[in-house]
Design a protein around this ligand. Structure first.
Ligand SMILES: Nc1ncnc2c1ncn2[C@@H]1O[C@H](COP(=O)(O)OP(=O)(O)O)[C@@H](O)[C@H]1O
Ligand SMILES: C[C@@](O)(CCOP(=O)(O)O)CC(=O)O
Length: 459
């Protein structure tokens, strides 16, 4: 029996570090923005019966072939999770190692064969968020008898420095919180989520969660990010949750402060994914080593990157829209920041290829994120554009794609986490061919049966 009790969907965007990566680790400011049209969407459906937790991570490749999926009887999960203390959904906190170990044991106990380590890396935060936000799922005799989760990604590459893991955590926390509020009317009233702004096209019918709900989503997403990344700065989930742009600064005690950039004029970029794998942790460690070896020289580089970031922020706060002169200044800041990052040793031949190719077309490019591979962005315009520039962009894109890179034109900023009130477009037309054929086959079979019946009756 899998009668649907209630359902919810949420989506969250990836992020782009515009200026200040690496130097932010040493106390200088960084600025990052949401990429609102590259999103991860989570659909969560609570069922009356069913007795299973069923998760489909449709765009995450599994080490065992196909996509990552997980289906486990709730009874087995319940038993394995029994030693966990209850979670307070109002007080998000990263789980201690013992809790993570218990979640891993539950995933292994619930499946026929333990999931491969990379699959496990995504499934542990998933189970953690389910346990924290939807404890009814693991409570015997509760009205929730099963849960079906589907995760879809729209254009956001995994592991390319565009914050896919934070978008995953934010969208998942968002969908589960929404589901919880639908199941508990008194909590919904307390969180006043009716104060949300309703949006229309192009993201479809959706609501912006209110500040209190966003705070909870962000807190739980950060806790899930800690399982995936150890001690992340929190920038990725903050930008994915809040949207638009944020300035981040870390103090001496490694405490991060985030400030919303009030107005970011429209800025269009071309994102290029070199598809060269890289690990943030390794790059941060390499810069640390260089800093230990050359503290004075590297400190000057960090300061310069900080100055570039502040100059960009000052420019953004002065302009309602970026005109040609402002774009030209931003372009040189982008180029300076890119070269400063290369001086820190986080460049890569492929990133240089992207920079050189776009520079030939007069378009400035900078690597984004930890470097060593992953993505670069190229400034392609503000609100309006000249025909000459549009042609340069087309030429650059063609050449980049010829090199085997993946390109995506987008606007920086835009909405963060959203609650969808209609089926998000990410879920339309995504069923498998076999699934699409079923209704047709059933209609045909029904037709044949009816025809046979009519023939019999007419005889
Ligand atoms: N679409 C997705 N569905 C499920 N999990 C995802 C998805 N995208 C990313 N993740 C999770 O995030 C991890 C990637 O994190 P990371 O390497 O930090 O990349 P990024 O720089 O894009 O955040 C994946 O291995 C997976 O655990
Ligand atoms: C290099 C760094 O400044 C940013 C890393 O960004 P990403 O994980 O590549 O998106 C590290 C950090 O801020 O924690």
């Amino acid at each position: 029996m899998r009668e649907r009790l209630t359902e919810a969907a949420a989506s969250a965007p990836g992020k782009l570090i515009l200026f200040g990566e690496h130097s932010v680790v040493y106390g200088h400011p960084a600025v990052a923005a949401a990429i609102s049209d590259m999103r991860i969407t989570v659909h969560a459906a609570a069922t009356r019966g069913g007795g299973h937790l069923n998760a489909t991570l449709a765009d995450l490749r599994s080490a065992s072939g196909g996509h990552v999926s997980f289906c486990a009887p709730l009874a087995a999960l319940r038993e394995a999770l029994a030693p966990l203390p209850p979670f307070d959904f109002r007080a998000p906190a990263p789980p201690p190692a013992a809790v993570v170990a218990c979640l891993e044991r539950a995933l292994a106990a619930g499946s026929r064969a333990p999931p491969p380590p990379d699959d496990m890396a995504a499934l542990v935060p998933l189970l953690f968020l389910c346990a924290a936000l939807l404890p009814a799922l693991f409570t015997p005799q509760s009205q929730v008898g099963g849960l079906e989760l589907t995760v879809r990604s729209k254009d956001l590459p995994v592991g390319a420095g565009l914050g896919s893991s934070a978008a995953f955590s934010v969208a998942l926390a968002g969908a589960l919180l929404r589901l919880r509020l639908k199941l508990h009317a008194e909590e919904a009233a307390e969180l006043a989520h009716s104060s949300s702004v309703v949006l229309g096209a192009p993201l479809g019918a959706c609501e912006v969660p209110c500040a209190a709900a966003k705070q909870l989503i962000n807190g739980w997403a950060y806790a899930a990010e800690c399982i995936l990344h150890g001690t992340p700065s929190g920038l990725d989930n903050a930008v994915s949750c809040e949207g638009f742009a944020m300035r981040l600064c870390k103090s001496a005690g490694n405490v991060s402060t985030f400030e919303r950039v009030r107005q970011l004029p429209q800025l269009r970029v071309l994102l290029t994914n070199t598809k060269v794998p890289r690990r943030t942790r390794e790059k941060v460690a390499a810069v640390k080593k260089l800093h230990e070896k050359h503290p004075h020289a590297t400190s000057r580089i960090f300061e310069s990157i900080g100055a570039v970031t502040e100059e960009f922020l000052a420019l953004a706060s002065r302009s309602a829209s970026f005109d040609a002169e402002a774009l030209e200044r931003i372009g040189s800041l982008v180029t300076i920041n890119h070269h400063l990052l290369c001086a820190l040793g986080v460049g890569a031949p492929e990133l240089e290829q992207v920079r050189a190719l776009t520079e030939r077309e007069g378009l400035p490019t900078k690597l984004t994120g930890a470097g060593g591979g992953g993505c670069a962005f190229t400034i392609i315009g503000g609100e309006t554009d000249s025909e000459g520039r549009a042609m340069s962009v087309t030429r650059a894109k063609e050449q980049l794609e010829c090199c085997g890179f993946e390109c995506f034109e987008t606007v920086v900023g835009g909405e963060g986490v959203l609650w969808h009130t209609s089926v998000p477009s990410a879920f339309i037309g995504t069923e498998s061919r076999a699934q699409r054929r079923w209704p047709l086959l059933l209609t045909l079979a029904g037709g044949v049966y009816l025809a046979a019946l009519l023939v019999r009756v007419s005889r």
